[in-house]
Design a protein around this ligand. Structure first.
Ligand code: PEP
Ligand code: MN
Length: 348
């Protein structure tokens, strides 16, 4: 339930709405907006005396939130959530963010080398898994803590922000010490203890859509993070299972405008896992931006044939450069811009 305040409501009036909600035994969360403030009532058990709230000074209207997800919904917050990273990148505003890097961190030279190249080509966030959720227990599982150290070094040298995956709740605390964004992978989208702990770190979270998750399930998973008081969630469409075998997954581009209408959270697309095929990554990346995605996360490897994971879907650096040029043109056509490349001196 949302208590929308009049545009000229005073701080004291907002405060007394919060007090009354708490007195009634519920949680209260003021949501400042450009036009007016609203107060979200958390924990609605269907017994709320809305007439009492309606009668308070400064209240314009009391509206029920009809979706099963509350804080994630556009009913709860009309304006887009915009997430700011320390290196100046914003996600969810007018700018389009490009996150790129190898599937996995494979060594210091590999990640540092590709980080410098990607920075030159205009990426502002570096991806790379240190902890890898592999379908087979016998596949490369990632370098672990050592991988996080290499990522931290890459950030230090290039200024790129870091996004990397956490596999379990303790891992979320560890990753939070090194990363700018904690990735929760498709296989863990409904790992609720992980969602809660990741939310508690206060770090921005990249939440990938589960392999067969509906859009409502994705939004409810995000609600777990917001329920911990962390609003900085970036959703990611990364393809869902389908009956067709020509691509690894079916990149559900319609999910992008659907999510945009239902939620204020940013949504990016992952055309790498979404297609599984290098040659399909650029066309689907272009399409995702045209569909309104707030950015892309793309796998790029210096030597894809020898990659330790996901080589077949990894772009060569030069292909990534070409894709960036095309994305810039598409962004302009829809009144947006790709985040400006990082400037300044680069340590080597
Ligand atoms: C990844 O980003 O490398 C990854 C494992 O992605 P997903 O969770 O979408 O499969
Ligand atoms: Mn991968």
């Amino acid at each position: 339930m949302l208590i929308v305040m009049k545009h000229n409501a005073t701080e004291a009036q907002i405060g007394s709405v919060v007090d009354v909600i708490k007195e009634m035994g519920y949680g209260a969360r003021p949501i400042p907006g450009e036009q007016r403030t609203a107060v979200g009532l958390i924990g609605n058990d269907g017994q709320v005396d809305s007439a009492r709230l309606q009668g308070l000074e400064g209240v314009l209207e009391v509206i029920p939130v009809t979706h099963p997800y509350k804080q994630v919904s556009r009913e709860w917050r009309e304006e887009n959530t915009v997430i700011s990273l320390e290196n100046g990148t914003t996600i969810g505003g007018d700018e389009i963010v490009i996150m790129a890097g190898p599937c996995a961190v494979e060594g210091e030279a590999q990640i540092l080398g590709i980080a410098h190249e990607l920075r030159e080509m205009g990426a502002t966030v570096l991806r790379g898994g240190a902890f890898k959720p592999r379908s087979s227990p016998y596949s490369f599982q990632g370098l672990g803590l050592e991988g996080l150290h290499f990522l931290a070094k890459a950030r230090e040298e290039t200024g790129l922000a870091i996004v990397t995956e956490a596999l379990d709740p303790d891992g979320a605390d560890l990753v939070a010490e090194y990363a700018d964004i904690i990735q929760i992978g498709a296989r863990n989208m409904q790992n609720y203890p992980l969602l809660r702990r990741a939310g508690q770190t206060g770090k921005p979270i990249l939440l990938k859509r589960g392999l067969s998750a509906t859009i409502d399930e994705l939004l409810l998973a995000a609600e777990y993070i917001l329920a911990e008081g962390n609003d900085d969630v970036i959703l990611c469409e990364r393809g869902i299972r389908s009956f067709d075998q020509h691509t690894r997954n079916l990149l559900d581009l319609a999910a992008i405008p659907v999510v945009k209408a239902l939620s204020h959270l940013p949504i990016i697309a992952d055309p790498s896992h979404g297609t599984g095929l290098r040659a399909k990554v650029t066309p689907m990346g272009r399409a995702a931006i045209a569909a309104g995605a707030d950015g892309l996360i793309v796998e790029v490897h210096p030597d894809p044939p020898h990659a330790m994971s996901d080589g077949a879907q990894s772009l060569y650096p030069a292909q990534f450069g070409e894709m960036m040029e095309q994305i810039r043109v598409i962004a302009k056509a829809i009144g947006r811009d790709v985040t400006r490349p990082l400037s300044g001196v680069v340590a080597r």
